[in-house]
Design a protein around this ligand. Structure first.
Ligand code: ATP
Length: 233
């Protein structure tokens, strides 16, 4: 479904992503893990068209994405939930979800909204509340719900657990599992390697802009080197 082939991404003279290649197959959860500054967000933002790779290619559903503007990438079925949620703080929950459906026609919207409210009952209770007054966990749910409103074939999540209490991290990962079971393909970026590898079919480990290891979620969870570096021993 997604093929990232040898991409190099720079911020001016800073070489943030150094020849990264990986794939996501239909129906999989694939995770990119790594420490602060490893290049995880840069990779997702490049796939989403928010940054541009200087070389290499990104192919989605058999079509190259290089030079496709980010709003057209959403119409092709690729949605990003950015780091730090970035919901529209002045708008209500419902309005945020409506914004997520900008690529969709009227007939689908009500049906999709109902699906999102079924997945996130908390959002239904708070549908008229202004998003800026939601808790961090609720904002994360809203950002995920908003992305789902575009009917993504591939959902990319950038650190959904960031800043959340353990109980909420569990809830978010339960939802990720449910979305996966209902057929959504997910590319998940996380610093919480334990949680990410537990849900993932496969994972890639990034260090300073390069992929240093890959394997199934289970293999990486059991690897002594990964345990030592990313799982607290
Ligand atoms: P984190 O988990 O902290 O978000 P990350 O793995 O997502 O880390 P990136 O945010 O992709 O890492 O950053 C990769 C590298 O690029 C880092 O060295 C970072 O300092 C640098 N970088 C990121 N954004 C910019 C920017 N706007 N300008 C310059 N350098 C940047």
């Amino acid at each position: 479904m997604l093929k990232v082939d040898d991409i190099n991404v720079y911020y001016g003279s800073i070489h943030a992503v150094k020849g990264i290649s990986f794939e996501v197959n239909q129906g999989e959860i694939v995770t990119l893990i790594g420490a602060n500054g490893a290049g995880k967000s840069t990779t997702l933002n490049t796939i989403a068209g928010l940054l541009h790779n200087r070389s290499g290619s990104v192919t989605f559903m058999g079509e190259p994405l290089n030079k496709v503007p980010s709003h057209k990438i959403v119409s092709r079925g690729l949605a990003l939930v950015p780091e730090g949620r970035r919901v529209f703080l002045q708008m209500s929950v419902q309005e945020n979800l409506e914004m997520g459906a900008y690529t969709q026609s009227g007939a689908n919207i009500a049906q999709d909204m109902e699906k999102v409210y079924n997945t996130f009952p908390r959002l239904l209770e708070r549908r008229r509340q202004i998003a800026g007054t939601l808790s961090g966990g609720e904002q994360q749910m809203l950002a995920m719900g908003r992305a789902l409103m575009s009917r993504p074939k591939l959902l990319m999540l950038d650190e959904p657990s960031m800043g959340l209490a353990p109980i909420l991290v569990e809830q978010i990962f339960d939802i990720i599992r449910k979305l996966h079971q209902s057929g959504t393909t997910i590319l998940l970026v996380e610093q919480n390697a334990q949680a990410a590898l537990s849900v993932a079919d496969r994972g890639y480990v990034l260090e300073t802009g390069r992929i240093v290891t890959s394997g199934t979620g289970k293999e990486l969870l059991e690897s002594p080197a990964i345990k030592k570096a990313y799982l607290g021993g």
